[in-house]
Design a protein around this ligand. Structure first.
Ligand code: COA
Length: 162
């Protein structure tokens, strides 16, 4: 059976940092499922449909072994439903560690057999976040090199920068 790795996130919106991590994961794992979360602590700028579409467009053609899906409810339940045991998360800086370790421990408490594997982000994306991207775009700044082209287009439309 193929090892399946689950990469969950809010992706509001997907950035080149996420794309980089997905590409690297797809090189290691036979199958990667990117799960776009409905239940997140954040208030999203983009709807679930928009976020899923932008993730799909962002990784289009790059990785045939990557599947993108929306998800609702407890992460560990969806992970189990996919027959997976691995949750993938990115670490950009030490500051990510506290939140990420709490989430990993809580997920393992909820479901013993599921492990979280961390991947260090590439240097060039270590300071990148979806919030920064939205803030910069909303203030008329250039984000073309930070996000897939479809996301850049969406942000331009939203903030009428075109
Ligand atoms: N490159 C660029 N940015 C990155 C990154 C990378 N490699 N890795 C993380 N980030 C950034 C994101 O852009 C995002 O930035 P933002 O805070 O400015 O939006 C931030 O790091 C984290 O976002 P993301 O990776 O999308 O994760 P999240 O914390 O939004 O997602 C869920 C959390 C969805 C996985 C979690 O809430 C969840 O599992 N929800 C389902 C309900 C559940 O089971 N809850 C119990 C959890 S114990």
């Amino acid at each position: 059976m193929k090892t399946v790795a689950i990469y969950p996130g809010t992706f509001d919106p997907i950035t080149n940092g996420h794309v980089d991590l997905i590409k690297r994961a797809a090189f290691i794992y036979p199958k990667v499922i990117v799960l776009v979360a409905a239940d997140t602590r954040k208030e999203c700028m983009f709807s679930m449909e928009e976020r899923v579409r932008m993730v799909r467009e962002g990784i289009h053609d790059l990785c045939p072994n990557v599947q993108v899906e929306p998800f609702q409810g407890l992460l560990v339940e969806i992970v189990k439903k996919h027959g997976a045991k691995i949750i993938l998360r990115g670490l950009r800086a030490v500051s990510d560690f506290e939140y990420e370790s709490q989430m990993a421990l809580m997920n393992r408490r909820l479901e013993k057999g599921i492990e979280t594997f961390f991947m260090i982000s590439s240097e060039e994306y270590a300071y990148l976040s979806s919030s920064f991207v939205k803030e910069i775009a909303s203030l008329g700044g250039e984000v073309r090199t930070l996000v897939p082209s479809g996301v850049d287009k969406e942000l331009r439309k939203r903030f009428t920068l075109a």
